[in-house]
Design a protein. Structure first.
Lengths: 313, 300
């Protein structure tokens, strides 16, 4: 839709008297490219180049030792990819990554939506609450992971001390293969829901108050108003939120790196973590193939979002 | 030249409120906020903030007390030994400086370069514009994990491995900033630019003397957001910093946390305070600006 706007602006400008158009146009084009130059140069060298190089490397057996003499690198075709699909560890980290996504996305969205609805309803201290709930988002994941690891200690950790008040004997959350991953998700929800909360709140504020009031005076319950008025109106925003959150969880890494080192028994290791490890072992080609599979998943999600949004319009 | 200012022939916006509506309903039943909602929100806020409070309080306890079971709520002995250790025995002053230099440079680069391209994309006509904009949007979804290996090879070959420039350059102009600046500049009136052209200003001069001064709020927002992102950035600095003298704060903290200091909680928590506190202060002072930036790029 942005392109059509640009196009219509262009055609409007084309209607200006012909004698002015050519030199002005050229000046504009030159100026525009001068302004674009620093960004484009950095983009080509540090983004476009590496994206293509990474794709190329994923079809080869390049290792860290080959960087000095590139002629020893052999083309492998798709065999890195087929090897990945048969690699039990890669299967495991792929499963884990989708588990992060399947647990994290609904949980994050539900918390963000609930808080946003609450914030939209209160009048006093709204800004205060909004800032407070947003605080974790601006903090370093590494730092808050250190803090949470401390909170989650088996004996003497704040979490187990508090649930102990209710007579529950909390487990060593990060030491068991069944509880470590969900525990990391809970921490990630705490860290991340603020972004979606702000986006949802802005969307909620565009729901016309008159309609909600009319529904209420017609006897609609709070739940019915939310379910049949607010939620449908938020649909595009929810979809957008689901996609950006999914992209985030697909890249899950830092929490696991600091809190569990991928363990126990690789139960919290993600695709990004796997790629990082393979880089560390010097397997550049293999690591690039893993990264590209993740990239493809992200592109598919983004494409899905555009399709769903278009259907709605 | 005024002919481009086609008067907005669009129909006047329809009245949003019915004229005869009794004003009483504004203050009426719907808007009353139930008391319990404030209690629920306050409870939620406590849960969100507790980890930070616990972090700060525990960082002032001596190591033995930090691990005591059950935990002490308030330090029985208040000590700054954890901080002293960070700043005298460990090299946190250097890590702090590295983080600051990287984040400030990255923020400055984004403020300048993204405004430039943002203006070109918002207001100028040039061949390749659609392609450039598509590239910017496409770059938004490239995860760092896809590029870090070739980037590592590249920076190593350029002699920039284990250096601050190597840490900075890949992030000096990001797509997010271009998008944010474009959205902001789109809303500025075209007439400003037309008038400057009539006055004979060159295209670049128009950008630097007319447009840029009007972009203060957006540029400031962008600066704060990129500073925060850079300050918290982890994967790339972890990859490229091979010697302690080039660690940023998150890299140092993470490596201590998984290394031989993994059980020195007092020390690690003090380190977390050093990483988190400056950012929380910046955020609390400038929170209005940051919230606007998120809303602007998130919903627009």
């Amino acid at each position: 839709m942005t392109t059509t706007r640009a196009a219509s602006a262009a055609s409007k400008n084309a209607g200006t008297p012909a004698r002015h158009v050519d030199p002005m146009r050229r000046q504009q084009a030159v100026a525009a490219w001068v302004l674009a130059l620093p960004f484009m140069a950095l983009f080509l060298v540090f983004t476009a180049g590496p994206v293509l190089a990474s794709l190329g490397m994923s079809f080869t057996d390049i290792r860290s030792t080959d960087v000095q003499n590139p002629f020893s690198v052999e083309f492998l075709g798709l065999s890195n990819y087929t090897e990945l699909l048969g690699d039990p560890l890669f299967r495991k980290v792929t499963f884990n990554t989708f588990l992060y996504l399947l647990l994290g996305v609904p949980f994050t969205m539900a918390v963000a939506l609930a808080v946003a609805v609450g914030l939209n309803r209160i009048q006093r201290l709204k800004g205060f609450f909004r800032v407070g709930f947003y605080l974790p988002v601006v903090t370093s994941i590494v730092a808050v992971s250190v803090v949470w690891k401390f909170l989650l200690r088996d004996d003497g950790g704040l979490v187990n001390t508090m649930i102990g008040w209710f007579g529950v004997d909390g487990p060593a959350w990060l030491d068991s293969t069944s509880s470590a991953l969900p525990t990391l998700v809970v921490m990630a929800v705490w860290r991340n829901f603020g972004t979606l909360m702000v986006i949802f709140l802005a969307a909620l504020q565009t729901v016309p108050r008159e309609i909600v009031e009319a529904a209420e005076s017609d006897g609609a319950t709070a739940w019915a108003r939310f379910r049949y008025l607010t939620l449908p109106m938020l649909r595009p925003t929810l979809l957008f939120g689901a996609v950006i959150t999914s992209i985030g969880y697909l890249q899950f890494f830092e929490e696991a790196y600091v809190m569990t080192k991928g363990g126990p028994l690789d139960s919290t290791r993600s695709i990004t973590f796997f790629t990082f490890d393979q880089w560390g072992y010097g397997n550049y080609g293999y690591a690039s193939a893993a990264a590209y599979l993740l990239f493809i998943a992200i592109m598919l999600l983004t494409a899905l979002q555009f399709r769903l949004l278009r259907e709605k319009d | 030249m005024t002919q481009t200012m086609t008067p907005a022939a669009a129909p006047q916006t329809p009245p949003t409120t019915t004229p005869g509506k009794p004003p009483k309903s504004r203050e009426g039943y719907y808007l009353r906020t139930p008391r319990w909602l404030y209690a629920v929100m306050a409870g939620g806020l406590v849960v969100v903030v507790i980890p930070f409070v616990w972090m700060v309080v525990s960082s002032f306890k001596p190591e033995a007390e930090v691990r005591s079971v059950p935990p002490t709520w308030w330090p029985e002995t208040v000590t700054t030994e954890n901080y002293q250790q960070l700043f005298t025995q460990l090299d946190f002053p250097t890590f702090f400086m590295n983080s600051t230099i990287v984040a400030v440079t990255v923020a400055a680069g984004n403020m300048v370069f993204c405004s430039m391209l943002g203006y070109a994309l918002a207001k100028l006509h040039f061949p390749g514009k659609k392609l450039v904009f598509a590239l910017v949007l496409g770059t938004l979804m490239i995860p760092g994990v896809v590029v870090f290996i070739p980037l590592f090879v590249l920076t190593t070959n350029l002699g920039l491995a284990n250096s601050l420039p190597g840490m900075i350059l890949p992030f000096l102009a990001g797509p997010f900033g271009v998008f944010l600046m474009r959205q902001y500049i789109l809303a500025l009136p075209d007439e400003l630019i037309q008038a400057a052209r009539v006055d004979g200003a060159g295209e670049l001069r128009i950008f630097f003397s007319v447009i840029l001064p009007l972009c203060g709020p957006a540029v400031a927002t962008l600066g704060v957001l990129t500073f925060l992102t850079s300050w918290n950035n982890f994967l790339w600095p972890l990859v490229i910093a091979t010697e302690e003298s080039k660690y940023t704060l998150p890299v140092a903290l993470a490596l201590y946390a998984v290394g031989q200091n993994a059980t020195k909680y007092g020390l690690l928590l003090a380190g977390s305070v050093v990483v988190v506190l400056p950012v929380l202060v910046v955020f609390l002072v400038l929170q209005r600006r940051i919230m606007q930036g998120i809303a602007m790029t998130g919903i627009k």
